[in-house]
Design a protein. Structure first.
Length: 421
């Protein structure tokens, strides 16, 4: 695409709308596109890539640009990270702009402080220093600066992976089987999958491989009673329903009516008849309490900082803080305790977050186990091996984009004793 002054102007306007970051960047961008319906597919793709690219590299850009405005951030990003050369940009900018852009291109990333190289705020860099070496922090930060691939989950109720791969190829969409999830496909590039017949007929859903692996840890059986405690828009609930061949019963709990409404068309496409969305007020809702002691499997994908998804949601670096994480930790502990009451003796609970911070992960689980002696910790590597999944990160499942090419997901599996000791 040949860049024009109009492209720069529109992308700058989009960035100006996003940068206060009072709401998630993707939702602000969707609203911007609705308000500018004449933008073509290529225009939207350029704007989205530029906005998210700037959010990924904002610490560096704001450090080296004298006056960081939406326009100067855009120009700096295009020159330093988007691969545009000065010859392409010169016709679009003033002589003064061309001069500072040339200087910016010459700045070496390696000369910057660790927090700038890793693109982490100081408070997060300080937290990471508590359990990681500097090289590990830098590697994590760099891996989070790369855009995430597009992963699909094949709906085993309606199709198999080999069939879907062949159909995608016939549509000119290239992909490959994911290395860990037996139901996963990783696409090359970012094709518009939501209009593809495989998607509209429910044979595939968009779901990161890390999220898919939670289903294999939970391993529901066909006639089980299952609760997805923080279901959101229901991607994991749909996966569990397919595992169960639409038998048994799954309750998809969430406190957001909007998120559960987003599940409805997905549920209709899926072919499932065993999934029941349930709106709850909080973790102590009567709908939850009525199921105490009746459930075989519980999935708790807890509200968290989301820092493991920075490849997709780079704005979270500015929208989270030490204070917000303290609030999340209290919520995580309360949700886990409430969800645990649902289990039958011998039942299994999987606690998960999309965070790499131990205080949201291992520490929550350890505090829970100390207060609930009837629960034992299962080994995630062994549970995955039972499903013929060659992934061993130890007792806990801890995934990272650098090592596993997934989001930064954490999971722990817990079992309630069959009888009181």
């Amino acid at each position: 695409m040949r860049l024009t002054p109009a492209h720069l102007e529109t992308a700058t306007a989009a960035l100006r709308a996003v940068l206060p970051l009072e709401h998630p960047a993707d939702s602000i961008l969707r609203r911007f596109f609705r308000e500018n319906p004449k933008l073509g597919v290529n225009d939207r793709a350029f704007i989205a890539e530029a906005v998210f690219g700037i959010l990924r590299h904002r610490f560096f850009l704001e450090r080296v640009i004298d006056i960081a405005t939406p326009r100067s951030l855009l120009l700096g990003y295009l020159a330093k990270f988007h691969g545009m050369n000065l010859r392409e940009l010169t016709p679009l900018v003033s002589e003064a702009d061309a001069k500072w852009i040339a200087q910016l291109k010459a700045v070496r990333l390696e000369s910057q402080p660790l927090a700038v190289q890793a693109e982490f705020p100081d408070w997060l860099t300080e937290k990471l220093h508590g359990f990681m070496e500097e090289r590990e922090i830098l590697d994590l930060g760099r891996s989070m600066q790369e855009p995430a691939p597009l992963d699909l989950r094949v709906n085993a109720l309606l199709a198999n992976r080999e069939e879907v791969l062949a159909l995608l190829k016939s549509d000119g969409i290239e992909g490959d089987a994911t290395p860990y999830s037996p139901a996963g496909i990783r696409l090359f590039g970012k094709p518009g999958i939501n209009r593809n017949e495989l998607f509209t007929t429910g044979k595939v859903e968009v779901q990161d491989e890390s999220s898919q692996l939670l289903g294999y840890l939970l391993a529901p059986r066909r006639r089980d009673m299952v609760v997805d405690f923080c279901a959101g828009a229901g991607g994991k609930s749909l996966m569990l329903g397919a595992f169960m061949r639409s038998q048994g019963r799954i309750y998809a709990f969430d406190t957001s009516e909007k998120r559960l409404n987003n599940l409805k068309p997905r549920l209709k496409r899926s072919g499932l008849s065993n999934l029941y969305p349930q709106l709850i007020v909080n973790e102590n809702d009567l709908k939850v309490k009525r199921l105490a002691g009746k459930i075989d499997r519980v999935l708790v994908d807890a509200p968290c900082s989301g820092l493991g998804t920075l490849r997709r949601n780079p704005d979270l670096k500015w929208r989270q803080s030490p204070h917000s994480i303290e609030e999340l930790k209290r919520k995580q502990g309360a949700i886990l305790a409430s969800a645990s009451n649902l289990l039958k003796p011998g039942g299994r609970l999987v606690y998960a977050t999309c965070s790499f911070l131990p205080e949201e992960n291992q520490e929550i689980v350890e505090n829970f186990l100390a207060a609930h002696p009837l629960f034992t910790l299962l080994n995630c590597a062994e549970l995955l091996a039972q499903q013929k999944i060659p992934l061993d990160t130890g007792v806990f499942m801890q995934l990272s984009p650098r090592s596993h090419h997934t989001d930064g997901f954490f999971a722990a599996a817990l079992e309630l004793a069959n009888s009181k000791k």
